[in-house]
Ligand binder design. Structure first.
Ligand SMILES: C[S@@+](CC[C@H](N)C(=O)[O-])C[C@H]1O[C@@H](n2cnc3c(N)ncnc32)[C@H](O)[C@@H]1O
Length: 313
């Protein structure tokens, strides 16, 4: 067993989400339930909590962990499908929404899930292994060299994207990649020896991250959520998103900014011009909130975490 998943920016998340007794809250990325417990403690037995995860294994484990809270409803689904999930639960408005993006330590630690470059497993990386979506190995075999290079460059910010993409695609198609360890080794081989050892992170970290983001369509998921979440918040309700990648953070920043926009024209003129008279949301974080040094020291995952929050007007 690896280290248990530690909820990142836990205090800051509660400070922005401000869960209140009796309120209704959705955690769209339930994971190990770290943030969920904090919310459940605050909303009390009269509150309503809906925890969503696209990973049925995670959900089953966390369901046992959260047994003591009968008001926790756990749903297997994707946060991009928030509207349908809420309708199915008979909820029309919520007081708070939380997303803590990416994978959990639980998922990383299980070699069999294929997320780990340190533990052998099939090259899978699907957060929902029950889906019939392509695995990371399928992606390696079926992408063109240019597509794969773009994935590594864009989602992994990998300097050696071109060389690595060509090598791992060829190896995958020739059947030379049986496990994630073979993949990690192939990536490492394509890096100049100098940069293999000067990096603080494992040489395959960026490639694995990029493949995981592509396999799970993580940016599309986030965009779909951002395009609709505000309709489900009641006035004064809040949305908190914790991201770990600059592309994700940019999507959140831009969407929150769009929702906070309103016309500078006098109200009657704005209405006549079809422009928004009052903002939909107020941004609560001018800059992204990051972890303290102490948190970064105790939880390496917190190093790249960025939290943004907004409130429905
Ligand atoms: C970083 S973990 C969340 C950890 C959690 N906040 C905690 O404190 O234990 C992210 C979780 O979100 C899930 N997930 C990622 N993308 C998702 C999506 N689009 N819809 C639903 N769940 C998703 C993953 O399966 C994973 O369990």
């Amino acid at each position: 067993m690896g280290a248990p998943h530690i909820a990142v920016l836990a205090t800051e998340t509660m400070d922005f989400l401000t869960p209140r007794a009796g309120g209704t809250y959705v955690d769209g990325t339930l994971g190990a339930g770290g943030h969920a417990r904090l919310i459940l403690d605050r909303i009390g037995p009269s509150g309503r909590f809906i925890g969503v995860d696209r990973d049925a294994n995670t959900l089953a484990q966390t369901r046992t962990e959260l047994k003591q809270w009968p008001n926790a409803q756990l749903v297997h689904g994707r946060f991009s499908d928030l509207g349908n999930i809420l309708v199915a639960q008979g909820v029309d408005q919520v007081d708070g929404l939380l997303l803590d993006l990416g994978v959990s330590s639980m998922q990383l630690d299980q070699g069999a899930r294929g997320f780990s470059f340190a533990k052998a497993g099939p090259i899978d990386m699907r957060m929902d292994p029950d889906s019939d979506e392509p695995t990371a190995l399928d992606l390696l075999c079926d992408s063109t060299p240019d597509e794969l290079e773009n994935i590594l460059r864009e989602y992994g910010e990998e300097r050696y994207a071109k060389k690595i993409a060509r090598r791992i695609r060829e190896d995958a198609r020739a059947g030379r990649l049986a496990t994630t360890l073979d993949l990690a080794k192939a990536v490492e081989d394509e890096m100049p020896p100098k940069s293999r050892h000067t990096q603080r992170i494992h040489p395959a970290t960026r490639t694995f991250q990029a493949l995981r983001i592509a396999v799970n369509h993580e940016l599309d998921e986030l965009e779909a959520f951002l395009n609709g979440f505000d309709a489900w918040l009641r006035p004064g309700g809040r949305c908190v998103v914790i991201s770990f990648h600059s592309l994700e953070d940019r999507l959140v920043k831009n969407r929150f900014r769009d929702l906070a926009w309103s016309s500078s024209l006098p109200p009657a003129l704005a209405a006549a011009a079809g422009e928004r008279v009052t903002p939909i949301c107020r941004v609560l974080t001018k800059k992204p909130v990051t972890a303290t040094e102490a948190e970064m020291d105790s939880n390496p995952r917190a190093r790249s975490a960025k939290l943004r929050a907004c409130e429905k007007v």
